[in-house]
Design a protein. Structure first.
Length: 283
């Protein structure tokens, strides 16, 4: 990871949970990451690359925007964290699903719960929280905690996340390093309208040269990539905020609401309204 990048992880939910054959959810996909530590028993997680059994002694990481499912037919207990990553690190790096856990990691989970009371989901059913006031309340709570607890929370999240960083790898080795700067520029300005001419000038290329280079490196055009990132940002805003859809579209520089609706549905398969009511509920 580029040393200039500042990894900023924000805690959304955290708790210890007992399950009695009730952890069975299909096609889960949300704009935040999940970190698990199993205390006892086991369950199945179906990831895009296969099925995994999660059990004690390991840490488990599911990145944001990864579709997966849960299967469980027995009693087990686990600690869970829902984490928002402001730097879109999962776009750039691949992480292992499973790493070894230590006694210290268990202590870190317990300490995180101790200094972040009230972050537990009242129900495990994703329909009950992803788009409901529970999640919104937990996001808002972040601003209410004392500065020392916020600092300690982020320190603990970084410690736990570092276990996976040790075995991470870049998703793509860019032949032309200018693309890295272009991606960073897009990320930092995703709320704005980003004309192709502005990107071209930023990296001292013509429009045609940038399009060819970007497509070679990213398998899509700059405009397609920008739209994808804007819709992903909109998905998060639909879940964690109370803004009307129109205001979300405007905050991402979509002046044409109809175009935003069409692009959102093309990207996610459903409309923003349906996402807020249905798909966003999948955990």
């Amino acid at each position: 990871m580029n040393k200039k990048e500042k990894l900023n992880l924000i805690l959304l939910n955290a708790a210890r949970k007992e399950h009695h054959s009730d952890w069975n959810w299909k096609s889960v996909n949300s704009p935040f990451a999940r970190l698990y530590l199993v205390e006892s028993g086991s369950a199945q997680v179906l990831m895009p690359d296969g099925a995994y059994t999660i059990h004690p002694g390991k840490l488990y990481l599911i990145p944001s925007f990864v579709t997966h499912s849960y299967e469980n037919d027995r009693f087990f207990t686990l600690y869970y964290l829902h984490i928002y990553d402001e730097m879109n690190i999962f776009d750039q790096w691949s992480f292992p699903f499973e790493v070894n856990a230590s006694d210290l990691d268990l202590m870190l989970f317990r300490r995180l719960l101790e200094i972040n009371p009230g972050r537990e989901l009242t129900r495990s059913d994703p329909d009950s929280y992803d788009n409901m006031p529970t999640l919104m309340h937990n996001i808002a709570q972040s601003a209410q905690f004392t500065f020392p607890s916020v600092v300690e929370t982020r320190g603990i999240l970084l410690q736990l996340f570092s276990r996976f960083l040790e075995k991470s790898s870049p998703k793509k080795e860019f032949a032309d390093k200018r693309i890295i700067n272009v991606l960073r520029f897009i990320r930092e300005n995703i709320h704005r309208n980003i004309p192709l001419n502005e990107l071209s000038s930023f990296c001292f290329m013509t429009n045609d040269h940038l399009i060819r280079l970007f497509k070679r490196e990213m398998d899509c055009t700059p405009v397609q990539y920008i739209n994808q990132k804007k819709i992903e940002k909109a998905q998060l805003m639909l879940i964690i905020g109370e803004k009307p859809i129109k205001d979300i579209a405007l905050s991402l520089s979509f002046d044409n609401l109809s175009y935003f609706y069409r692009l959102f549905k093309k990207t996610t398969g459903i409309s923003p309204n349906q996402y807020k009511e249905e798909l966003g509920n999948k955990n």
